[in-house]
Write a protein of this length. Sequence first.
Length: 179
Amino acid sequence: MILVPECPTRVNDKFILDESINCTIPQFSISHPLIQGLPNSIDTRYQASFYKKIAIDIVTESVFDYPYPYVSEKTLRPIACKRMFIIMGPKNILKLLHDKGFETFSDFLDESYDDISCPMERFRKIIQTTKEFIRRPLDDIKDYYIQNQKRFDHNFQVLSNIRSQELIALELRMKKMEL
């Protein structure tokens, strides 16, 4: 997750041991127009206010070297907050999200890491993808969010309806087992 603070963080300031890390406070804001309203309003209740300043969420899933994809609330958080994400998780986690109806960002991010079986190679590819994102001009990132509002809204709607969809799918499987 990339966070652009408006003021110095009290917690992280203690970790700066020397001058090798540039801790200059950024002089710009990347507040996003897609997230509006108050954090606790019924329309935006899933969208924490600090997410207004985040361009991408680097999700570190509970499992990484796992034989099958596994999605937790960590992956669902950026979807609920209408943000792009890169997932440090098991192979095919993005494929699982696609199967559930979510749209990811392969037109903006290199998501080929999802196909890599070797955990170390997948980890390296995720790092490379993250570095490529960080090097993008801020205006390109802002433009992408604005141009893809429908995609972020779509993912939010899929997430909002996932419980009922999963229950319907379970009922269908149960009916097939009865036959």
